[in-house]
Design a protein around this ligand. Structure first.
Ligand code: UT7
Length: 354
């Protein structure tokens, strides 16, 4: 299938996730806080999404601040100098500007210049796309050390009077430092010695774009689409805010999440039991629980922390990864499946022996 890459049989280097770090803005927002402004309740949000709290950046904090601090924390954890980085990939749909990339400024602020740097726009799938790109560059020997960051300030881009979207999203950043590991060599589904990506997939279906979109400003909507989008079910009356047809995204996400897991298992010959953990994008607890039930997975096989952070788009997978590493839920040699679905529509998997 286009977009799917099962590891070719060539001489490759092992890749390790050498360190992780996160940054959360200090302001924690509860469901009760949101219910002060729109007609909703803690009970509705908890039951329909699993979310209890999320974090919002204050006016003085930008996505660059969150991304930089997550990167600094990850460098420290990995015991890697910023000057060792070959590349900084920043997955975000809320960059500070279209140009320069937020990644370039983050790289400069931590002292990583002249490392390559670019922003990657694949919405909630962005971090998993980034893991796949970075690991491929390292395993081919072209780069030795790459930072992959997921950072978002979606609280700036939702209409806080639209109860269908304002309940869902939060701000955060997470980062993983990927390094070449020549001693370990490439990974295998059956032997535990190698490290890196066993299977990766990156997909999109742009014809479904209007299920979830976020123009930068009214003038960025293609003129021929303006009347059309304002009749979409997801339309919330504020053209420069995130627009979402929640049910459409929900149905798509349930189907794709199950298909992605199956695709990764089929490509590698692994069984669900072989996986130590599935780390999914934190879209909605019900989406994740449906996929878990479909494969008969025990609760602790699929990591969920949406209750505390909400849906942080590209930041959600690295937030989970960091928690799982620091809490010992994944250790050296485990098989871990990362997956995400987001606007575009995009979706991606990355199956690792970590
Ligand atoms: O990260 C990828 C991007 N996004 C997603 O993955 C989101 C996927 N979608 C979802 O998570 C869900 O569709 C939502 C959480 C957004 C909405 O949940 P739902 O169960 O699909 O609700 P719904 O849109 O079907 O609405 C059901 C009812 C409606 O009322 P009526 O028409 O039945 O009277 C809504 O008006 O719930 C109402 N409603 C609310 N009520 C209280 C919608 N939002 C709220 C709210 N509080 N915040």
């Amino acid at each position: 299938m286009p977009g799917r890459v099962t590891t070719p049989d060539v001489q490759r280097l092992g890749v390790r996730i050498a360190g992780t770090g996160v940054c959360l803005p200090p302001r924690r927002v509860s469901n009760h806080d949101i219910a002060q402004r729109v007609d909703t309740s803690d009970d509705w949000i908890t039951k329909r999404t699993g979310i209890q709290t999320r974090y919002f950046a204050d006016d003085a904090t930008t996505v660059r601040d969150l991304a930089r601090d997550a990167l600094l924390a990850a460098l420290e954890d990995a015991k890697v100098e910023a000057s060792d980085l070959d590349l900084v990939i920043l997955a975000t749909i809320t960059p500070e500007m279209a140009c320069p990339s937020t990644a370039a400024r983050v790289a400069a602020e931590v002292g990583a210049t002249p490392a390559g740097a670019f922003d990657l726009a694949a919405a909630c799938s962005g971090f998993v796309y980034g893991l796949n790109l970075a690991s491929s560059l390292i395993e081919s020997g072209r780069n030795r050390c790459v930072a992959v960051i997921g950072a978002e300030t979606l609280s700036r881009h939702v209409n806080h009077d639209d109860r269908r979207t304002c309940i869902l999203f939060g701000d955060a950043a997470g980062c993983a430092i990927l390094r070449a590991d020549e001693d370990a060599g490439p990974p295998s589904a059956t032997a535990s010695g190698g490290r890196g990506v066993l299977h990766q997939a990156m997909h999109s279906r742009g014809e479904l774009w209007s299920a979830l979109y976020m123009p930068r400003a009214n003038k960025h909507i293609p003129p021929e689409l303006d009347p059309a989008v304002t009749t979409e079910p997801g339309w919330n009356g504020q053209l420069d805010a995130l627009q979402m047809h929640g049910q459409e995204v929900f149905k798509f996400a349930v189907i794709q999440t199950c298909d992605m897991i199956q695709e990764a298992l089929d490509a590698t010959g692994l069984k669900p039991d072989d996986l130590k953990l599935i780390i999914p994008h934190q879209s909605n607890q019900r989406i994740m629980a449906t996929a878990r039930d479909r494969f008969g997975l025990p609760k602790d096989k699929l990591y969920i922390n949406i209750d505390r952070f909400g849906n942080t788009s590209a930041a959600s997978v690295p937030l989970c990864l960091h928690e799982c590493r620091t809490q010992g839920k994944i250790t050296d040699g485990d098989l871990v499946l990362f997956l995400a679905i987001g606007g575009g529509m995009t979706w991606s998997t990355s199956l690792w022996r970590v």
